[in-house]
Design a protein around this ligand. Sequence first.
Ligand SMILES: C[S@@+](CC[C@H](N)C(=O)[O-])C[C@H]1O[C@@H](n2cnc3c(N)ncnc32)[C@H](O)[C@@H]1O
Length: 286
Amino acid sequence: MSSDIARAAVQYHYDVGNAFYDLWLDDTRTYSCALRDGPDDTLEAAQERKLAFHLDAIGADRAASVLDIGCGWGSVLERLALTHRVPRSVGLTLSEEQASFVAARGHPGVEARVQDWRDHQPDGAYDGIVSIGAFEHFARPDDTVAEKVARYREFFLRCRDWLTPDGTLSLQTIAYANMSRDDASGFMQREVFPHADLPTLSEIAAAAEGVFEIRSVHNGRLDYAWTCEQWARRLRARRAEATALVGPDTVARYERYLKLSALGFRMGKIGLLRLVMAPYRDGFFR
Ligand SMILES: C[S@@+](CC[C@H](N)C(=O)[O-])C[C@H]1O[C@@H](n2cnc3c(N)ncnc32)[C@H](O)[C@@H]1O
C-alpha cells in the first residue's frame, strides 16, 4: 500500500475529530484495548495498566530514547516524558489532528511526526519501541498471505535496525483468531477501517522469524470486548452531543462497529495480542 493510500485510510478513521473521540474515550485518550483487572475496574485504571505493561516491557525507566509507532493522542509519549523522564521520545501517526494535539501538549523531549513508519529515518538508536493498535493498518484486504507476511517482515526488520542491541519491541495488535479472513465483515473493511486487514498470529510469527525473539504473547480478547463495551456505553450516553458534532450517520456507524467488535472478541473470532519481542543479533540468541 502506498503511503498516500495508508494516510488517507487512517485519516478517514481518526480525523473524524478530536472532540468526537473526547466524548467517549477516557481521560488518557487511549484508543486501544485496556488491561482489565477484575469486575470493579474502571476504563481509565485499565488503560493506565495497559500503558504501564508496555512501558515496563521496554524498560522505560532506563531508556534514553523511545519510538511509539502509531502514537494516537500521545498517552505513551506523555508517560515517557512525565513518569519515566525519558529524554527523547518520537511518536509516529498518520493523523494530522493527533500530531497537532500531541505537539500542543508540549511535553519535554516529545516529538510527534505525521509520518508512515516506512518513511521514518531515526536520528539515533532507540532503547525501546512501542506499537499499540497500528499493526492492524499495515496490510490490506487484497494482499496475498505472502504479501502480508512480507509487509510485516519489513516492519520487523526496520524495528530491529532502529533498536539498540538490548532494545525491546512491545507490540499490541488485533488478530484474526477463530475465523477466516474471507469472512471478515465488509462493513468494517469498507466503512470503518478502509484498506486494512488484520494479521494472524502465525503470520506475525513467520514475519518475525530470525529477526525477533518472541519473549511473550498474551491474548487479551475479553479485555478488548469489555473495552469496546465501555466505549459503546459512553458514546451512547453522549449520543446527542456526538450527533451534533459528526452527524447521525457517523455516530450510528461507530455504535455498530463497537458492538460488532465486542461480539467478535467475546466469540473468539478475533483476538488481542500483546507481544514482547527482542531483536536477534548476529545470528545468536541473547
Ligand atoms: C488505534 S490508534 C492507536 C493509537 C495509540 N497507540 C493508542 O493506543 O491510543 C492507531 C494509530 O496508528 C497510526 N498508524 C496507522 N498506520 C500507521 C503507519 N503506517 N505509520 C505510522 N502510524 C500509523 C494511526 O495514525 C493511529 O495513531
